[in-house]
Design a protein around this ligand. Structure first.
Ligand SMILES: NC(=O)c1ccc[n+]([C@@H]2O[C@H](COP(=O)([O-])OP(=O)(O)OC[C@H]3O[C@@H](n4cnc5c(N)ncnc54)[C@H](OP(=O)(O)O)[C@@H]3O)[C@@H](O)[C@H]2O)c1
Length: 316
C-alpha cells in the first residue's frame, strides 16, 4: 500500500463527500489486499484500489436528492464490499448507508467498533440469538470481533469460553468478559471446553478463525448445538460433508456482511442497535490501537501477524 493524491470530486446523486476523522481497520481489508477474500462473498479487486470498510467524519458536500444530511453533519458508516475505499482523508459514499453519530460517541471509538459490532449484531441476534444462560465457545477472543462479541454476550448473561494464541492475550480476553480463556497453542481447546461444560459441550461456537479450528470445534458443541462460521483469518474452511454434523445433530450457518447488510433498512436497524449498545455502556471505550493514516502498512503488518488485541483505527 502507498499513499497517493487523488481528488474524489463532487458527490453524485444520492452521495455524500465525507471529510474523515477516523477509519476502522478490519481483517477483511487484509483479505482484500492479499487477494485471499472468500470467492463467494468478496470480489478480488483489480489493483490499484483503496481498501477500507468504515469511517467517521463530517459531511463536506451533498449530492442531488440527499435530504437527510447537511454540510457539517457528523456521520459514520460501515460499508458493504461494493463501497470499499475508506482509507482516505476525503471520500464519496452513498448517503443511505450513513447515519448521524450521537455527540457522546467519540470518533475513534466509533471507527473501532461500528463495522465489527454491526457484524456481531447479526451473529448474536440472528445467526444464533444469544440469551442468558448460554455457554459460548469464541475463537480469537482478544481480537477485534472477539472483544466486541465477548463483551456483548457477557452483557446478555452468557458464559463465554474464549480461545487465544498466546498468554499475553489472556488478560484482554478476561477483561472482555470471558469466563475462561484457553491458550489453544498450549492446551487442547476441545478437551478443556468439554471439561468446563461438564462433558456437555457449548450451546454455540462462533468461529472467525476458519480452517485451523473449524473441524475440532464441532466436537466441543453440545447435541443440537450450533456452529456459526463468520470468518477465516487462518484460511478458508474446506468443503464439509454433512455427515460431520450428523453425530450430534448440529446446526451450521455462515454469516456474511454482504448478505446481512445488503438491505439498507436491515443495515440501518443493526447500526441503531449497535449505537444503543455503545451508549448503554456494553463496550469498553478508548482502548483501541490508533495509527496515523500514513502508517497503514504498519497497522496491517501488526494485524495479520497476530500482534494486536481489540480494534485498529487509522487517523488521517
Ligand atoms: N463475515 C463477515 O461479514 C465478517 C465481518 C467482519 C469480520 N469478519 C471476520 O472476522 C474475523 C475477525 O475479524 P477482525 O477484523 O476483528 O480481526 P481480529 O480478530 O482482530 O484479528 C484476527 C485474529 O484471528 C486470529 N488468528 C488465528 N489464526 C490466524 C492467522 N493464521 N493469521 C492471522 N490471525 C489469525 C488471531 O488471534 P489469536 O492470535 O488469538 O489466534 C488474530 O488476532 C476475521 O476472520 C474477519 O474476516 C467477517
Amino acid at each position: 500500500m502507498k499513499i497517493v493524491n487523488l481528488d474524489p470530486g463532487m458527490p453524485g446523486p444520492g452521495e455524500l463527500r465525507i471529510r474523515q476523522t477516523a477509519i476502522g481497520v478490519n481483517f477483511a481489508d487484509v483479505h482484500y489486499r492479499r487477494g485471499t477474500a472468500p470467492k463467494h462473498s468478496m470480489a478480488k479487486l483489480p489493483i490499484p484500489f483503496t481498501p477500507g470498510l468504515e469511517g467517521v467524519g463530517f459531511v463536506d458536500a451533498v449530492g442531488d436528492g440527499v435530504t437527510q444530511f447537511a454540510i457539517g453533519d457528523r456521520i459514520a458508516y460501515a460499508s458493504a464490499s461494493l463501497t470499499i475505499g475508506a482509507y482516505a482523508e476525503v471520500r464519496l459514499f452513498p448517503a443511505d448507508r450513513c447515519f448521524i453519530l450521537p455527540g457522546d460517541i467519540k470518533d475513534v471509538d466509533a471507527a473501532a467498533l461500528l463495522y465489527r459490532a454491526i457484524t456481531v449484531q447479526g451473529i448474536i441476534r440472528q445467526c444464533y440469538p444469544v440469551k442468558a444462560g448460554d455457554t459460548i465457545l469464541l475463537h480469537a477472543a482478544a481480537g477485534g470481533i472477539g472483544s466486541i462479541l465477548s463483551q456483548w454476550a457477557h452483557h446478555l448473561g452468557a458464559t463465554v469460553i474464549g480461545t487465544v494464541s498466546s498468554q499475553d492475550k489472556v488478560a484482554r480476553a478476561i477483561a472482555n468478559g470471558c469466563a475462561h480463556a484457553i491458550v489453544h497453542t498450549e492446551e487442547d481447546f476441545v478437551a478443556r471446553t468439554l471439561k468446563i461444560t461438564g462433558g456437555r459441550g457449548v450451546d454455540v461456537c462462533f468461529d472467525g478463525v476458519g480452517i485451523a479450528v473449524f473441524l475440532p470445534s464441532l466436537k466441543a458443541i453440545r447435541r443440537y448445538g450450533t456452529m456459526v462460521s463468520f470468518g477465516q483469518a487462518s484460511g478458508l474452511v474446506d468443503p464439509i460433508d454433512p455427515i460431520e454434523l450428523q453425530h450430534e445433530g448440529l446446526y451450521l450457518t455462515k454469516f456474511s456482511g454482504g448478505t446481512y447488510n445488503e438491505d439498507v433498512a436491515e443495515y440501518q436497524a443493526r447500526a441503531a442497535d449497535v449505537v444503543q449498545a455503545i451508549q448503554a455502556g456494553v463496550f469498553a471505550l478508548g482502548n483501541h490501537l490508533v495509527y496515523p493514516l500514513d502508517e497503514v502498512v504498519h497497522a496491517h503488518d501488526d494485524l495479520e501477524n497476530r500482534r494486536t488485541v481489540g480494534s485498529l483505527v487509522l487517523v488521517p
